[in-house]
Design a binder for this molecule. Structure first.
Ligand code: CP
Length: 315
């Protein structure tokens, strides 16, 4: 089965888990097609994207803005200081007001609940630009990057070493839907919640893949095609930085750890990276690193998300 070209039209993208395998495939196929074709499309001609950001961003903000321009539309950036989501006025009012002006909303919020509220009251598609539960735009760019390297996602072994937070959750859900072999290693107390692990393992099995959760980084990385990590303390977790730094000792991606993966393995990081903490300088700057291809693919993946949810016609 393949998803119809308008399967995502008018829909929100709050979580990878709300997609099915065919819809992930449609998003990746569209992203690859748009990437090959370059800019100059009018899929979003006269359309406006509102970018609401409660937290800082480089990649997400710029790639959404450029994506809109390259698809014929434009974006308006709204910081928390300007909008005051839930402070200056209720989230429900912001959603209903913006729906009268714009065609699609992308929001980066501290709480996933805020995003759910936005989506509940908005009449236009709402895209998660990162919450405390999910980072679906990042995961789609990551899957696109892996697919470009290995031609297919099915059976590719991806080892995520690090915190069981938003990036890991969306990536794991995407890998499971794509039939990959997902292996995650985290210190005790920092893995994904048990219910999420079980859901991911079931989804992976249903799609011909698997998901395994370890406390040993070496066990996860052994024979991996992809080694992925993220910062140990994400935005909003700064208060627990010292405790986290101690807990994650031994989970850094070093050249010795990379040597346990396949010789053809690639290194991935969603950026920004803390060199010398979760990844060593020689790994992130080394020949196996694809972190800037990955960053570029944020643009192409988000073009696909915007075109398929808010575009007049799907590709
Ligand atoms: N990876 C990512 O989301 O980067 P930004 O925080 O810079 O948007």
């Amino acid at each position: 089965m393949t998803a119809s070209e308008d399967a995502l039209k008018g829909r929100n993208l709050l979580s990878i888990a709300e997609l099915n395998a065919d819809e992930v495939e449609l998003l990746l196929r569209t992203a690859l097609s748009l990437k090959r074709d370059g800019g100059g499309h009018d899929i979003l001609r006269n359309k406006t994207l509102a970018l609401i950001f409660e937290k800082p961003s480089l990649r997400t903000r710029v790639s959404f803005d450029v994506a809109m321009q390259e698809l014929g539309g434009h974006a308006i950036y709204l910081s928390q200081a300007e909008v005051g989501l839930g402070q200056r006025e209720p989230v429900s009012d912001v959603a209903r007001v913006l729906s009268r002006y714009v065609d699609v909303i992308a929001a980066r919020t501290y709480s996933h609940e805020t995003l759910l509220n936005l989506a509940r009251f908005a009449d236009v598609p709402v895209i998660n630009a990162l919450s405390d539960e999910e980072h679906p735009c990042q995961a789609l760019a990551d899957l696109l990057t892996v697919r470009e390297r290995f031609d297919s996602l099915r059976g590719v072994r991806l080892a995520f070493v690090g915190d069981g937070f938003n990036v890991a959750q969306s990536l794991a859900e995407g890998a499971a839907l794509a039939g990959m072999s997902f292996a995650m290693a985290s210190p005790e107390g920092y893995s994904l919640p048990d219910a999420v692990q079980n859901m991911i393992a079931e989804t992976a099995a249903a799609n011909g893949g698997r998901a395994d959760f370890y406390d040993s980084a070496a066990d996860a990385v052994q024979d991996a095609d992809v080694v992925y990590t993220d910062v140990w303390a994400s935005m909003g977790q700064e208060d627990s930085y010292t405790a986290r730094k101690e807990a994650f000792t031994g989970y850094a991606i070093t050249a010795d750890l990379m040597a346990l993966a396949k010789p053809t393995a690639i290194f991935m990081h969603d950026l920004p990276a803390h060199r010398g903490e979760e990844v060593m300088e020689d790994v992130i700057e080394g020949p196996q690193s694809v972190v800037f291809d990955q960053a570029e693919n944020r643009l192409h993946a988000q073009k696909a998300i915007l075109a398929l949810t808010a575009g007049e016609h799907a590709r």
